[in-house]
Design a protein around this ligand. Structure first.
Ligand code: FAD
Length: 426
């Protein structure tokens, strides 16, 4: 089955492409869309940011999130819609107004990192639309400022970029923005001409892809077949048991364990630059690994749940008990990495590669427990200590799959749980 996705509303169907190619490489080397840039190639600078959208046929809803295209692999975009800077229109005529506002307010001299900045901002606007009902197109400028956390500005400086964020905000005095300065310079520089933003003008999830997803879903329901791409290098697991079987199969066949990679968001490639794998087992579409459940004694969630999703869930369901954790999780990486990166992937990095993980540290303090599938019919439950030490766990079970994580939140409700993040000053 070919790889199918939408790019700025256009249908892209690829049967002879390597699904482990990054989206950025595909955009820059196989299309004429050159707005998305390669900066650090590690998910750290934001020059490569695009917005990826997913349609959920069961709820008829679309979720749009910003991601780093330098880390996202093509295989993971199957049946998704991708919007690049070109999809937002030009600085003169753009529907979501991010390019127009960025160009007008900040008057950036350089358009290298600016496309990524615009896409980050657009991702932030979509995120706010999802989280709160936005009143009359007014946004929390503070939250928009956070959406550009993962985008570095090398030339102009952040002040005018922050002004752009503020210009979308509800409680902002235009006098604060320095708008007058730039706007008056223009021939048509009347304040009321400042482009305003109407989410109704945003790019829509393409109808052809919606129909495709609905049809494929009903085929799965009636025949039990998979709607996933079939490629020797990229296999989409449909259940934890399936993923475990695949892992076992390829590990026995491979000479080194590095040849096979379980993948969710692939953001660990930004940390370890480990691109060289012969087979990818994609576990990002396994429904049970995305379950998030509020229990009376805490929260249980699947290993493929993204860091951003966990923050949203804690905010909505555990305002008091979970606020300390959510606050700390917001300090992890950038919104783009948090949107794509899973909690399970982060913990496995800590366990397998000794990564200095914030999440592992905080979960250790909270007394989290983990479920690992160690054989087709055997599941073990480990404390964070056991998991991180590998004692009696993953080392003994080299093909194990992290499936669920439990955070005992209720017991901490009364307690003051505070976390601090210390970084070395280089
Ligand atoms: C720029 C940048 C900044 C970052 N900053 C921080 C930070 O400040 N603090 C912090 O704590 N982290 C940070 N991270 C790490 C980030 O949180 C992780 O990269 C992310 O959570 C990994 O999730 P993923 O889904 O992308 O994992 P992937 O890259 O898909 O996988 C990571 C590893 O886990 C394995 N794996 C994944 N899921 C499973 C599973 N269920 N069972 C078994 N094996 C599995 C994979 O085979 C792979 O070896 C940063 C990362 C980047 C790129």
């Amino acid at each position: 089955m070919a790889l199918l996705f939408a790019l700025n509303g256009r249908k892209i169907e690829l049967s002879d492409v390597d699904p482990s190619m990054t989206l950025l490489e595909f955009l820059r080397c196989h299309t004429d869309l050159k707005g998305t840039k390669l900066g650090c190639g590690e998910g750290g600078c934001g020059a490569c940011v695009v917005v990826a959208s997913r349609y959920d046929a069961s709820t008829d809803s679309v979720e749009d999130v910003s991601i780093n295209s330098c880390l996202a692999l093509l295989g993971s975009l199957h049946l998704r819609a991708v919007t690049t800077i070109e999809g937002l229109g030009s600085s003169k005529n753009s529907a979501p107004r991010c390019p127009a506002k960025v160009s007008g307010i900040s008057r950036v001299p350089v358009w290298f990192c600016t496309p990524g900045m615009c896409m980050s901002l657009y991702g932030g606007l979509k995120n706010q639309q999802r989280r709160v009902s936005v009143d009359g197109g007014k946004y929390e400028s503070g939250a928009l400022e956070q959406s550009i956390q993962g985008s570095l500005c090398r030339c102009t400086g952040y002040r005018p970029i922050v002004d752009v964020c503020k210009s979308f905000g509800s409680s902002v005095d235009v006098e604060d923005l320095g708008l007058n300065i730039f706007w008056k310079d223009r021939k048509d520089g009347r304040m009321e001409l400042l482009p305003c933003y109407d989410p109704g003008d945003d790019p829509k999830f393409p109808e052809f892809l919606k129909q495709e997803i609905i049809q494929r879903q009903s085929a799965i329901d009636s025949t039990g077949t998979s709607a996933m791409i079939e490629h020797e290098k990229w296999i989409c697991a449909t259940s934890s048991g399936h993923a475990f079987g695949l892992l076992k199969h390829f590990q026995t066949r491979s000479k080194t364990s590095k040849e096979v990679k379980i993948v969710v968001g692939n953001t660990s490639a930004g940390v370890y630059r480990d691109w060289d794998h012969s087979v990818f087992i994609d576990i990002s579409r396994i429904p049970e690994l995305h379950v998030v459940e509020a229990r009376s004694d805490g929260i249980e969630f699947g290993a493929a749940v993204s860091i951003a999703k966990l923050i949203d869930f804690l905010d909505e369901n555990f305002k008091k008990a979970g606020s300390g954790i959510a606050k700390h999780l917001r300090k992890v990486a950038s919104p783009h990495v948090r949107n794509a990166g899973s909690v399970g992937g982060n913990l496995i990095m800590a366990q397998k590669f000794g990564f200095d993980s914030d999440i592992a540290t905080v979960f250790l303090g909270f007394g989290a427990t983990l479920k690992l599938l160690v054989s087709p019919d055997k599941q073990v439950i480990q404390s964070m200590e056991e998991f991180l030490e590998g004692g009696g766990g993953v080392d003994d079970y080299p093909s194990s799959l992290l499936t669920m994580i439990f955070l005992p939140l209720r017991s901490h409700e009364a307690a003051e749980f505070k976390t601090y993040r210390a970084s070395p000053r280089l």
